[in-house]
Design a protein around this ligand. Structure first.
Ligand code: ADP
Ligand code: MG
Length: 383
């Protein structure tokens, strides 16, 4: 049975986008009841009728349903009382004042960590192509190459000659490569071989720096992270630094790959990072004569998704254009949009942005309440 503390820890990954803090910290979680595999959660919002409501509710349902032992999540939304509301406002204001931002990433930005247990399954290729596809859907996208010494994204986006520079405020500005805000150690070192020098560097420290010292645009809808292979430190660091981060697991259809990927998902859950879904890559090859070859086996993605009780977001076939595009800095979704692999990636991008839609930066509850409060404070008391 899921325990209350773990549910609360998971709910800390749900941010009130307007107040910029998590709903537990803000005191919006009024009650958690566990009844077998059903979890009842009572959430108090500043104002119940608010476009933000759906989003917070969906995030709560999605993240808690994702927990081990949870089948159903029932969310009960109530409106705060006036005194609760002013308490939340005070907290939010104090929070904004005190918290020197742990990272430069806007809490409104959706963060997706593209992960797998091992290398060579296509994390980087998919990070790049999904970024391009999501950007083509009209969203603003950042891509952090978190594979600190095994970086491959700059080449894949044709940005090997670009360099990161720091502004007057000593913050690093991402390079814009093909419309994507990009940061990678590959944009610091002289060439791909010099990267070996970085081997001594602690991965989690490097990640922290990329999140703290990079001036990620405020209006970024999505930040994708191309994660290094394996589990460990860096996942932990990520969930600590960006509580809104969610994991997208990449696997091949092979049983062995699926086992390794399951380990990474398990690791994510232990650090309370929800898994948004699974993408199966290298799902067979269709020859020119139309014959289909299941080169790396079949069914691994579906099985993993079912095991994790998350959606299978896509199945991407093998396509030489993926390799070519990676080498030449021409992502297949843009260079060969008609290719089945490109179309499968675009469909996955649509699915992903439907599952985690961009946060609507709408002013409703809190800002209105805040304004009203400020107005009240400046107005002479009515007698
Ligand atoms: N769908 C695909 N079809 C053909 N080749 C692919 C596909 N996905 C990845 N590759 C190739 O497989 C290799 C490993 O992919 P990469 O994205 O670097 O994996 P990872 O980042 O997980 O190590 C690269 O050469 C890449 O071009
Ligand atoms: Mg890679």
């Amino acid at each position: 049975m899921p325990d209350i503390a773990a549910i609360e820890a998971t709910l800390r990954g749900v941010l009130d986008p307007e107040l910029g803090s998590d709903i537990v910290d803000l005191g919006m979680v009024e009650g958690i009841d566990v009844d077998g595999s059903t979890v009842h959660i009572r959430i108090a919002l500043t104002i119940a009728a608010c476009p933000m409501r759906d989003q917070i509710e969906n995030d709560v349902v999605r993240k808690v349903t994702n927990m081990q032992g949870v089948d159903h999540v029932v969310v009960d939304v109530v409106a705060m009382t006036q005194s609760q509301r002013s308490e939340v406002m005070t907290k939010a204001r104090r929070h904004a004042r005190e918290n020197a931002e742990p990272t430069m990433v806007n809490p409104l930005t959706r963060v997706i960590a593209v992960s797998s247990g091992k290398g060579g399954v296509g994390k980087s290729s998919l990070s790049v192509n999904l970024s391009a596809a999501i950007s083509d859907l009209g969203h603003s996208v950042g891509l952090l190459d978190a594979d600190i010494w095994g970086f491959s994204v700059p080449r894949m986006l044709g940005a090997l000659d670009e360099r990161l520079v720091a502004g007057d405020d000593r913050k690093i500005t991402p390079v814009i490569a093909q419309g994507i805000h990009l940061v990678s150690t590959g944009l610091i070192v002289d060439n791909e071989d010099t990267a070996l020098m970085w081997r001594g560097l602690m991965l989690s420290k490097a990640l922290e720096q990329f999140l703290r010292d990079v001036a990620w645009p405020r209006d970024l809808d999505y930040l994708l992270l191309d994660m290094p292979p394996g589990t460990g430190d860096i996942q932990m660091a990520l969930s600590r630094l960006l509580p809104q981060a969610e994991m997208l697991v990449v696997t091949t259809p092979q049983k062995a790959a699926q086992k390794v990927a399951a380990r990474v998902a398990d690791m994510a859950r232990r650090s309370f990072m929800p898994v948004v879904g699974v993408i199966e890559n290298m799902s067979g090859f269709t020859a020119e004569d139309g014959r289909h070859y299941a080169l790396f086996g079949e069914g691994g993605g579906r099985e993993l998704a079912d095991d994790l009780a998350v959606p299978l977001i896509g199945q991407i076939p093998l396509d030489p254009f993926v390799v070519e595009g990676g080498d030449e800095g021409a992502p297949i979704v843009r260079a060969h949009p008609e290719a089945p692999a490109a179309q499968a990636i675009v469909r996955a991008a649509v699915e992903l942005t439907t599952l985690i839609p961009p946060v609507e930066d709408e002013t409703c509850t809190s800002r209105i309440a805040l304004l009203a409060e400020q107005l009240e404070a400046t107005m002479p008391a009515r007698s």
